[in-house]
Design a protein around this ligand. Structure first.
Ligand SMILES: Cc1cc2nc3c(=O)[nH]c(=O)nc-3n(C[C@H](O)[C@H](O)[C@H](O)COP(=O)(O)OP(=O)(O)OC[C@H]3O[C@@H](n4cnc5c(N)ncnc54)[C@H](O)[C@@H]3O)c2cc1C
Length: 403
């Protein structure tokens, strides 16, 4: 009998998942639960840093439970039930009671996900660099020369996705991509009891956030990159507004902002999460769609493999992704109301006047309502000449490259 401790690691798998963030962990977990052999590959060893506000919405919490079979671990989250909105340095209103919104640190959150996936039986190839991606076989060559083959490859490798680059030549369209800047500010006493803070206008076609957690506050701005000529300047101004040192070093990262891939893969190669552009173009929320699309990709892979037809995986995956694509399209149309210069003043006035509208916005984040519900409520509260202009313009954005 072979000594398992000395047996060489296998190099052929049903599914290889490249990237062990929320999308990759959800894909690998789902594939393991379907009885498939799975390799989880990531260049990083976990825990690892990931620039992110760590906002885990009600939608994310539901997907987490569905995929990992357990509620969000309380030790990983601070739960918020109050929020303050601001715009252009002025308060827009507060809500003392919102649907629970959780905050986490991705350092701990992602490591927890990876641990669950490895416990479920995935082969641990974290801390492994990939030298070459063969999207035809499909196969990966690691930097130590080892070649791994799979019947299905899932690229959950983030916004700069090497798998998307291997398939399509580039990971995202630079004219449409979003960008976020963040600092982790020290937590004053009682920090975790402070409400969430959201600042419309801290970035163009985006917003600013102050997420107070037990150990620190995650403060950042994010928006469509092509609309923000001086994002560093906007971040310094936002830090100054919050009483933070505006000269402190900040970190930045791209994020998809509504420009999802209509064909997220090819044949037996699927893209999930940021690699497929699945981020809400208004809120910048990406964890929920990363979890869900990872799960859907693995389910599509399992069905394709059960019929010994791996090349049908993309067709199956695309069909199940439709509701996410539809929601992103709706959000993209509706963000005109929030971000376009013509509508923004009226939207902000309506938001300031209407606690109901503010509450709907938070229910949207909690996944309790969808974008059309928010749009209807907003349109009812806009002056007639603006709603007329919006209807005449249909869902077309103003002449710009991002929408
Ligand atoms: C500033 C900022 C703030 C944000 N705040 C929020 C928020 O509050 N709430 C929210 O829901 N979303 C937020 N997002 C979006 C969210 O972070 C992403 O949508 C989410 O992380 C996507 O998950 P993913 O698994 O697709 O990709 P990632 O989390 O990026 O994981 C990709 C993984 O792939 C690995 N990888 C990449 N390249 C390679 C390679 N060549 N070889 C091997 N491995 C590789 C990486 O190491 C990484 O572990 C924010 C994003 C930014 C930039």
């Amino acid at each position: 009998m072979t000594d398992p401790a000395r047996a060489p690691a296998p190099d052929t798998f049903d599914v290889i998942v490249l990237g062990a963030g929320p999308a990759g962990a959800a894909a690998a977990m789902t594939a393991c639960r379907q009885g498939l052999t799975v390799a989880l590959v990531d260049k990083a060893c976990f825990p690892r840093a990931k620039l992110c506000g760590g906002g885990v919405t009600g939608r994310s919490a539901r997907y987490f439970e569905e995929i990992f079979g357990t509620p969000l671990p309380p030790e990983l989250i601070d739960t918020k039930t109050a929020v303050e909105f601001h715009a252009e340095d002025r308060p827009l209103g507060a809500l003392p009671q919102i649907p629970p919104m959780h905050l986490t640190m991705r350092w701990h959150f992602d490591a927890d996900l990876v641990a669950r996936v490895l416990a479920a039986g995935a082969t641990d190839l974290t801390g492994c660099r990939v030298a070459e991606i063969d999207t035809t076989t499909p196969a990966l060559t690691l930097s130590d020369g080892r070649r791994l083959t799979a019947r299905v490859l899932i690229g959950a490798d983030g916004v700069n996705s090497p798998v998307a680059r291997a398939l399509f030549g580039r990971a995202y369209d630079p004219a449409r991509i979003g960008f976020g800047l963040e600092v982790e500010a020290p937590a004053p006493p009682g920090n975790a009891d402070r409400p969430l803070r959201i600042d419309f206008g801290a970035a163009q076609w985006g917003y600013g956030w102050d997420f107070p957690k037990s150990g620190s506050s995650t403060i950042g701005i994010g928006g469509v990159l092509s609309r923000n000529g001086d994002m560093k300047g906007a971040m310094a101004a936002y830090l100054d507004l919050l009483g933070q040192d505006p000269t402190q070093p900040v970190k930045g990262h791209h994020l998809p902002f509504g420009d999802f891939r209509r064909r997220p893969g090819r044949g037996a190669v699927l893209l999930a999460g940021d690699a497929a552009g699945l981020v809400d173009p208004i809120t910048g929320e990406g964890i929920a769609y990363a979890l869900k699309s990872g799960q859907l990709a693995a389910q599509a892979a399992a069905r394709a493999l059960a019929e010994d037809a791996p090349a049908t995986a993309l067709r199956r995956y695309r069909a199940t992704l439709r509701p996410i694509h539809r929601a992103i399209r709706q959000a993209r149309a509706i963000r005109l109301l929030l971000f376009a210069p013509l509508f923004r003043p009226a939207f902000l006035a309506a938001f300031r006047r209407s606690g109901h509208l503010r509450h709907l916005y938070m229910r949207l984040l909690a996944g309790e309502i969808e974008y059309p519900d928010l749009a209807r409520a907003t349109l009812r509260r806009l002056p007639a000449f603006l709603t007329g202009a919006l209807q005449r313009g249909g869902t077309k954005p103003p002449p710009a490259r991002d929408a």
